[in-house]
Write a protein that binds this ligand. Structure first.
Ligand code: ADE
Ligand code: ZN
Length: 351
């Protein structure tokens, strides 16, 4: 266990232990975080009351009891209906600002937040209501010393026409988000279904990423489409890539980031995929650690770092490399990257 490893240098005993405190305070970038997945039970109950919506539960324990899932589809069937409590701009603001306070307490220096407009517009909430609320929180997060940005995701189980309409709807707000992603149920919904929308988004100067969830029936095909045809800059999850050495070489050479989420993986599959993360690290792939839907999967980003470090005996160097990768594959300027990487170096020296 890494808890037991010590370096004895000239009589000075340096702890190599990866502690919970070390992972919590480590400067990091969060690149795989669904804002709707940060809806904690207490906020869910508060918003339900405020918006006069009967969600069928009155206590935190009752809400938690509904959190029964063991794969992506069963998770999504709990996740989407819960969003009904989000109705007004203020609700989206509060959701995002509450999350950003937690991010600050995990020393998240930069965060790129996913949001799912179609999960809201499809139930009558205007696109502007969603993005204006979220964006106001992004601006206010500067006071928390958290640098935040938004990524708009298309729901892949909706039609490509719906994605096209969403992209058109988003363009008047183009200065409020930096990229597009692809999420929701991957089964029978390959990345290529959205090739045209991704091409149009890229033409608008937006960054591109896509979920290639773990252990899907067609994981490798989907990863190949996302990388070779759609030209994504990152893969969300994507750790099944270890099954194809050529694709691993491709992402390593092009420095494409893979955003892995250990606690979420542990819920929707029997494993956190720590072995795969270590294998990718060893092959110089820019893999990093994130939290996906922390209110549903039992922990925020520091908890995810600690879970993988503890369960797979990661060294401090490996943990630090994961944090470095998060900054290096983020969509910020080279100047900002250099600043955060320097902060990370100083943290490591001091700890
Ligand atoms: N939406 C929220 N979390 C997701 C996940 N892990 N995969 C796909 N879509 C999601
Ligand atoms: Zn995700």
């Amino acid at each position: 266990m890494n808890e037991l490893i010590y370096l004895n240098l000239g009589g000075v005993k340096l702890s190599k232990k990866v502690t919970k405190e070390f992972t919590a305070n480590l400067p990091k970038a969060e690149l795989h975080l669904h804002i709707e997945g940060t809806l904690e039970p207490d906020l869910k109950l508060k918003l339900a009351k405020r918006n006069h919506i009967d969600i069928g539960q009155d206590t935190i324990e009752e809400v938690q009891k509904t959190y029964e899932y063991d794969d992506l589809a069963s998770f999504l069937s709990v996740y989407y209906p819960a969003m009904e409590v989000l109705q007004k701009e203020e609700d989206f603001y509060e959701l995002a600002f509450e999350y950003l306070k937690r991010a600050a307490s995990n020393n998240v220096r930069h965060v790129e937040i996913f949001f799912d407009p179609q999960a809201h517009t499809s139930r009558g909430v205007a696109f502007g209501t969603v993005i204006n609320g979220l964006y106001r929180a992004v601006v206010d997060a500067r006071a928390l010393n958290v640098d935040a940005a938004l990524i708009m995701c298309f729901l892949r189980d909706f039609s490509k026409e719906s994605a096209r309409k969403t992209l058109l709807e988003s363009l008047p707000y183009k200065d409020k988000f930096i990229g597009v992603g692809l999420d929701s149920d991957e089964h029978n919904n390959p990345p290529l279904k959205f090739a045209r929308q991704f091409e149009d988004a890229a033409a608008q100067g937006l960054h591109l990423t896509a979920h290639c969830d773990i252990d899907q029936k067609e994981s490798i095909d989907h990863i190949r489409q996302a990388l070779e045809i759609m030209g994504v800059e990152r893969l969300d999850h994507g750790t099944n890539i270890v099954e194809d050495p050529d694709l691993v070489q491709f992402v390593a050479n092009k420095k494409i980031g893979l955003t892995s989420c250990p606690l979420s993986n542990g819920y929707v599959s029997p494993e956190m995929k720590g072995k795969e993360v270590l294998e990718l690290l060893a092959q110089d792939v820019k893999v990093s650690i994130h939290s996906d839907d922390p209110a549903y999967f039992g922990g925020y980003i520091g908890d995810n770092y600690y879970a993988i470090a503890k369960n797979f005996d990661l060294t401090k160097d490996q943990v630090v490399q994961l944090a470095k990768n998060s900054f290096e594959t983020s969509w910020i300027s080279d100047e900002k990257k250099a600043l955060y990487l320097k902060e990370l170096d100083e943290y490591v020296t001091a700890n």
